[in-house]
Design a binder for this molecule. Structure first.
Ligand code: ADP
Ligand code: MG
Length: 337
């Protein structure tokens, strides 16, 4: 056999081995940020990449958790003297969260911790507070009072951050960056239903994501997507039923200090940045259908799937061809242009 033939055979073998390695999916399951997470990746170093993602998310939780006493956010929330210096990751997330508050006209408010604690969401000791109690706590929730200076964060004593509405999206962005450092070009991170996608599947096709049915089990349809985050906020995730028989959800309206009662029951935001989508999904929920569409027309840099109480599904035109509604579930869809 000639030398060149041998060389080509050798090369093919190497290619075959590396392809088969790249086509094997590596899955890692873990619990973090009070939810179940699953990271799946392709690539020669997929396993190390998944482990790096898991470690990053665990470390981030210890920095941004509002309930862990050692976290930077906990220290900020319990400080009497300002400015307070916080870790760079926490600071950049605080800035991104406040930016989302600006964009959404306060619908996203990362300072609602005093109010959600009052309703018992932080310790799972739920109750319906009085109007007076709500008014008192709401006075501590003005995100416009937060100042970021070179010496740290300044806010009023008693104000408290809750980054629960944006933290998992940020974790997705940053963990994806870490995974790319391991050469991963194809992966799906499912952080408690918050989806962050790196690239396409190895064969170049889109990933398939189910959109959960807010009225019951299963999904209402599927979305085909690549290289984006797909993040949903919904009332079914965490709620309690009060003595009055009403359902009180974990997403709050910062203008009333009460659980949001908009006309939406599920809001999915789709864009490259997980942080942006996570903040947006929460904001859209509070804004309701009409104001969400207004925000989309103004921003133009994201897509959405919004489900109303009346079982209507609103999908932006750019992703409409990638979304298929399950006709058996009794919902109807409309394209927003
Ligand atoms: P989840 O974290 O359940 O996936 P979301 O991204 O919608 O869903 O975040 C909800 C969480 O965000 C709440 O549990 C609370 O910590 C926080 N939150 C509640 N209301 C708001 C709001 N209006 N703006 C910002 N964060 C909020
Ligand atoms: Mg969110």
């Amino acid at each position: 056999m000639s030398k060149s033939k041998l060389f080509i055979m050798g090369l093919s073998l190497i290619l075959l081995i590396s392809c088969s390695k790249n086509n094997k999916i590596e899955q890692t399951y873990f619990e973090s940020m009070n939810t179940f997470m699953k990271v799946q990746a392709y690539g020669e170093h997929a396993k190390e990449a998944n482990e790096a993602a898991q470690k990053y998310i665990g470390d981030l939780e210890r920095i941004i958790s509002a309930t862990k006493a050692e976290s930077d956010i906990y220290k900020l929330n319990h400080s009497e003297n300002f400015p307070v210096q916080v870790n760079a990751q926490a600071l950049s997330l605080i800035k991104l969260a406040l930016n989302m508050s600006e964009i959404s006209d306060g619908a996203f408010n990362p300072c609602l911790y005093p109010v959600s604690s009052l309703w018992g969401f932080t310790k799972k000791q739920y109750r319906i507070p009085s109007d007076e109690e709500i008014a008192e706590k709401l006075a501590l929730c003005d995100w416009k009072k937060v100042q970021i200076t070179n010496d740290g964060v300044i806010m009023e004593p008693g104000m408290q951050f809750d980054l629960g509405g944006i933290g998992k999206g940020f974790a997705g962005d940053e963990a994806a960056k870490k995974m790319k450092e391991f050469g991963v070009r194809s992966a799906l991170l499912d952080l408690g239903g918050n989806i962050q996608i790196i690239g396409t599947k190895p064969d170049g096709s889109d990933w398939t994501i189910g959109i959960r049915n807010p009225f019951g089990d299963g999904t209402i349809g599927i979305l085909k997507a690549s290289n984006v985050a797909v993040i949903t906020s919904a009332g079914y995730e965490r709620y309690f039923v009060g003595e009055d028989g009403k359902k009180y959800i974990h997403i709050f309206d910062g203008t009333t200090g009460r659980p949001s009662e908009s006309d939406l029951v599920s809001t999915t935001a789709i864009a490259p940045s997980g942080t942006y989508c996570d903040g947006l999904s929460t904001a859209l929920y509070v804004l309701g259908l009409e104001r969400s569409i207004e925000l989309w027309r103004k921003q133009k840099n994201f897509d959405f799937i919004l489900i109303t109480k009346d079982k209507e599904v609103y999908v932006t035109k750019r992703i409409a061809s990638k979304f298929s509604l399950d006709a058996t579930q009794g919902l109807t869809s409309k394209i927003v242009k």
